[in-house]
Design a protein around this ligand. Structure first.
Ligand code: PBG
Length: 326
């Protein structure tokens, strides 16, 4: 056979394959989401997320130090708030001595080189579990944005490197940017949950932070899974409003969205490999049906290939260890 093109030549051994490899994965591209809770010496497993635990801050510190030693330089903090502190308007979200600001302060004091990304949303703090203020069963946009703005300012003041609004209210990125700039936090970044879909993949996360929707669903603010062009609108707005990073969430079933945003917008793109995606892999691995290490690295590389610059993932520490050959 006479073939003028033999693509297999560039696959013939690992040296060649490494040389022509188009995409790479590095621990510094991973963001580890960490669940913090109140108290001391507390660590609680999240049943629907094997290997994920909620830590009190004293326990979180050495765990985060281990992540740093593995080359993971960023964490995304999510609070598990005691149900006694929750109310309809999520008042606790603005407690300057609350779990979040205290955690940020402690982390930045102990590990100044760590990039701390903080969640700006009301759902961990509201008794009804929605991301916004509610009136007559409706999720209010502008009044919610006013609270998110205060929340972002408080987190910036505590030392957050990036605030990350995960709520999907309209206009929140612009309002937060302006408020941060006015208050002298022009170096605090915004990672916008730009294309956050109303997804069933969030189930285990809601177990982890202990939120349960008291009524309805999140479809009036999170995006419809069927829509791709709408993500371009959300991205255009977030770019205009001053976002520093555009995040796509979930990630696995939304690789096309990651790719579209990457092609169209000159900002870093993040992928959030969400809780349900993690739990599916863990469950199959526990049953011995999949090789966990190989599967996780293939999925993460897939996000990179699709266009993600950074990846939020609960697999972060395992993946970093595997990437280092550990
Ligand atoms: C809510 C929020 C959610 C996640 C992060 N922030 C879930 C939701 O919208 O109910 C999900 C993360 C995950 O599933 O890993 N502000």
């Amino acid at each position: 056979m006479k073939l003028s093109r033999r693509p297999r030549r560039n696959r013939r051994n690992e040296t060649v394959r490494e040389m022509v490899r188009e995409t790479r994965l590095h621990p510094s591209q991973l963001v580890w989401p960490v669940f913090v809770r109140e108290g001391q010496k507390k660590r609680e497993e999240v049943p629907s997320m094997p290997g994920v635990e909620r830590y009190s801050l004293d326990v979180a510190m050495p765990e985060i130090e281990r992540a740093l030693n593995l080359g993971i330089k960023s964490v995304a903090l999510f609070p598990k708030i005691d149900s006694m502190r929750k109310d309809d308007s999520g008042t606790e979200a603005l407690n300057a001595k609350g779990l979040m600001p205290e955690s940020i302060r402690k982390l930045k004091t102990e590990f100044p080189e760590l990039s701390v990304i903080t969640d700006v949303a009301l759902d961990p703090f509201t008794s009804h579990g929605h991301d916004g203020l509610v009136k007559d069963g409706k999720i209010l946009n502008d009044p919610t944005v006013a609270v998110l703005k205060q929340m972002a300012l408080m987190q910036a003041d505590a030392g957050a490197d990036y605030v990350a609004p995960s709520d999907m209210m309209d206009g929140r990125v612009g309002v937060i940017r302006q408020a941060l700039d006015t208050a002298g936090f022009e170096d605090t970044g915004i990672i916008a949950y730009t294309a956050k879909y109303a997804s069933s993949f969030y189930g285990p996360f809601r177990d982890a932070v202990g939120t349960k929707l008291a009524f309805g669903d999140k479809r009036t603010y999170q995006m419809d899974s069927a829509n791709a062009r709408e993500a371009l609108l959300e991205a255009a707005l977030d770019v205009k409003e001053g976002a520093d990073v555009l995040l796509v969430k979930p990630a696995l079933a939304y690789m096309d969205i990651i790719n579209r945003l990457k092609r169209k917008f000159p900002l870093p793109i993040g992928a959030y490999n969400v809780s349900g995606e993690y739990s599916m892999v863990k469950a199959a691995a526990e049953k011995g049906w999949l090789d966990e290490e190989a599967i996780v690295l293939e999925i993460l590389l897939g996000f990179r290939r699709a266009g993600a610059d950074m990846i939020f993932t609960y697999h972060a520490r395992d993946a970093a260890a595997w990437l280092r050959g550990g």
